[in-house]
Design a protein around this ligand. Structure first.
Ligand code: MOS
Length: 684
């Protein structure tokens, strides 16, 4: 099914947060700290305030108090502390954006700078063990004796991989339009969750949630960066309250690299041991990553390693360094994405050590039950994905020797990697109603961040109601609708869709009671999944996939081109193939960026990520993508939700970077263990 809002989007009629026509709206611009750590001594706003059209300057000097300051990133102007370069230290509101930007440059902030540390190393003296990793996994796990298994192994690898900090760059940067009316706050915000967003904003301002309303009918991408309210939402609301007029604020592309989160850099040691038959005897994955000094964010990098392959001796660990950096945050497949890069690269290295085909090594070690928990999988079709992909990609007969296939000046190679992502679900409510005109409307505070969620919910509702999709409308993107979880963790469709199905079933029962006749007032019914979720049986629920890459490496320049990418996924029932394919290849494209281009470069002297724009932070574009395809296998899993679906928003990025890295090794014989695979790392 085509996107129901597709025409509205391509004709410019779909409104995004910044675009709502509101009478008398003013413009806010943020002023950012230009030291990485220290105290604000003084904010001199006199010159800025003297500029005609400037309405207010907010800073730690005389700022309105916020009711809750537990989230440092949202507690704007509540202290004089600077915890990272780029932190918002002041804001100016003016009649026009131009005046606000001019005034921004006239605000003088004086600091007492402090010593700072922004350098992550594997031996950082401050490394500590967090109590848990996101969202609530054990920090470390262990079984058996990894050291002894490594010593006794027929084949083994003990390798360290690094991944850089990565920044989310959705097409629409964060933006907020805020207005207050009689003490009630309305936000048009670019956010992934309107219910949870409303609750967080209400808490910061000390308001009951019903006094805050968040609208987000259209969101131009998020990837996790918009998972929770960012400072822009609080700032716009504070400014609007201060001047008693509506205020809007658009985060600039450069500011996207400062205060909207990023993926932590990682240093990952992977140890694998195998016997003569290629059966794993040990799997160990030890991760070092960073957090900020003000908030702990512990990326769950090694959790996929806990469920991927069987082995009697195993261990995972996470250690953090607190640095003077912005707090890391969510980015598409947090944990699984960087973690599976390391594990799946190491599996390729082990296959070579064992003299086994890398697909065969994975098949031999596919576990019958979840290796650490012992839980049965609700369904696990990694092997089927590997086999189907091998067939479609033309893997059979691959010569494993590296660096021997030449086409003119290009060396050619192929690589494979596995992918996985957990199936999460959160409680959700929805309503379904039918009007006297025979039109059906389902309502749920879901958000469509570009994924096609509105379309998929329309399909789900139509199927549950047994009516054509043309008669169904899905109302989403408004916190006044029945509360729903965030569009994150690949759980949107599963969570919202389940509530929609319950509401639609209830509506059908109600219609039956009316013998199918709709009264003048229509009928409304209600669904809540809380009870159903509480009763779910104990299964390990995960989507799986296999990624295949073919790369060409220019022998003269070291340039890497990905000539083919294929993903095969097992993600339960695929509800809307058209938008699903788009999610998969979108994830894979982002994975290509991770493999070859994306890297936020920390300058240790300056104390910040330097490449704050698309000229210097490279993401893949159309010209970087040649033959890309995503397919899926039929998977019938009764232990998920009424639709039988697993999430698909994130698994596409998992494994792509490893498949490309493994292909680069196959092409060249060079094993680059630090992402991205830059030319200097290949040629140097
Ligand atoms: Mo995604 S990082 O779960 O929004």
């Amino acid at each position: 099914m085509n996107r129901v809002e597709g025409v509205a989007k391509v004709t410019g009629q779909a409104r995004y947060a910044y675009e709502y026509p509101v009478e008398g709206v003013c413009h806010a611009v943020a002023v950012q700290a230009d030291i990485p750590r220290g105290e604000i001594i003084r904010v001199d706003a006199r010159e800025a305030l003297a500029l005609p059209g400037v309405l207010a300057v907010l800073s730690c000097e005389g700022a309105p108090e916020l009711a809750d300051t537990s989230d440092y990133e949202l507690a704007l102007f509540q202290s004089r502390t600077v915890a990272y370069r780029g932190q918002i230290v002041a804001a100016v509101v003016a009649e026009t954006l131009e005046i606000a930007r001019q005034a921004q440059r006239l605000i003088k902030v004086t600091y007492r700078p402090g010593e700072f540390d922004v350098r992550l190393t594997g031996t950082h003296p401050g490394l500590y063990r967090p109590d848990k990793v996101n969202p609530a996994y054990p920090t470390d796990t262990g079984q058996g004796d990894v050291e002894a298994a490594m010593a006794a192994a027929d084949s083994s690898v003990d390798v360290t991989y690094t991944t850089p900090a990565l920044h989310n760059n959705p097409m629409e940067p964060h933006a907020t339009l805020a207005l207050w009316e009689d003490g009630d706050l309305t936000l048009y915000d670019s956010i992934q969750g309107v219910s949870t967003g409303r609750d967080s904003v209400a808490k910061v301002f000390g308001l009951p949630p019903e006094q805050v309303r968040v609208h987000a009918p259209h969101v131009g991408g998020g990837f996790g960066a918009k998972g929770s309210p960012r400072p822009n939402a609080i700032l716009a609301a504070m400014c609007a309250r201060a001047i008693r007029r509506p205020v809007k604020l658009a985060v600039t592309r450069q500011q996207m690299f400062s205060f909207t989160g990023y993926r932590t850099p990682t240093i990952q040691r992977v140890r694998l041991a195998a016997d003569a038959g290629g059966l794993l005897t040990a799997v160990a994955h030890d991760v070092v990553e960073q957090t900020s000094r003000v908030t702990e964010f512990a990326e769950q990098t090694a959790i996929a390693t806990r469920i991927m392959y069987g082995a009697p001796n195993r261990g995972t660990s996470h250690r953090l360094a607190r640095l003077d950096v912005p707090t890391p945050s969510w980015m598409r497949a947090p944990g699984e994405c960087p973690g599976m890069y390391a594990l799946e690269s190491a599996m390729d290295e082990l296959a070579i050590e064992c003299g086994l085909d890398p697909i065969e090594l994975r098949i031999r070690n596919d576990p019958a039950t979840a290796p650490e928990s012992g839980k049965p999988f609700s369904s696990r079709n990694l092997v089927a994905c590997l086999r189907a992909g091998a067939e479609r990609f033309g893997w059979d007969g691959r010569d494993p020797r590296p660096g021997i296939r030449r086409e003119g000046r290009w060396l050619v190679g192929t690589g494979v990697a596995a992918s996985t992502y957990p199936v999460y679900r959160s409680p959700c409510r929805a309503t379904a109603r039918v009007g006297p005109d025979g039109r059906y409307t389902v309502a749920v505070a879901a958000t469509d961040i570009g994924t096609g969620a509105r379309t998929t919910l329309t399909l789900i509702a139509a199927a549950a109601l047994g009516v054509p999709v043309e008669r169904v409308t899905a109302e989403i993107g408004d916190s006044a609708l029945p509360p729903a979880p965030v569009a994150g963790g690949s759980m949107g469709t599963g969570s919202w869709g389940s509530a929609v199905v319950l509401a639609c079933r209830a509506l059908r029962r109600a219609l039956d009671e009316h013998a199918g006749a709709v009264p003048d007032t229509g009928i409304e019914a209600y669904g809540d999944t809380a009870e159903e979720l509480a009763g779910q049986q104990d299964f390990a629920r995960h989507a799986f996939g296999a990624q295949f890459a073919e790369v060409r490496v220019d022998t003269g320049t070291g340039e890497v081109r990905v000539s083919r990418l294929l993903g095969v996924f097992a993600a339960g029932r695929i509800i809307n193939p058209k938008t699903a394919r788009s999610q998969f290849i979108g994830g894979m494209t982002m994975g290509l960026g991770m493999a070859l281009m994306e890297e936020s470069v920390m300058d240790h002297e300056f104390g910040d990520y330097l490449n704050h724009d698309f000229a210097q932070y490279h993401v893949p574009t159309i010209a970087d993508i040649r033959d890309i395809d995503a397919v899926w296998i039929e998977e019938d899993d009764a232990h998920l939700n009424p639709m039988g679906s697993k999430g698909i928003g994130e698994i596409g990025i998992v494994g792509t970077a490893a498949a490309i890295g493994n292909a680069v090794h196959h092409a060249t014989g060079r094993r680059v263990r630090d992402l991205p695979i830059r030319i200097d790392r290949l040629v140097g």
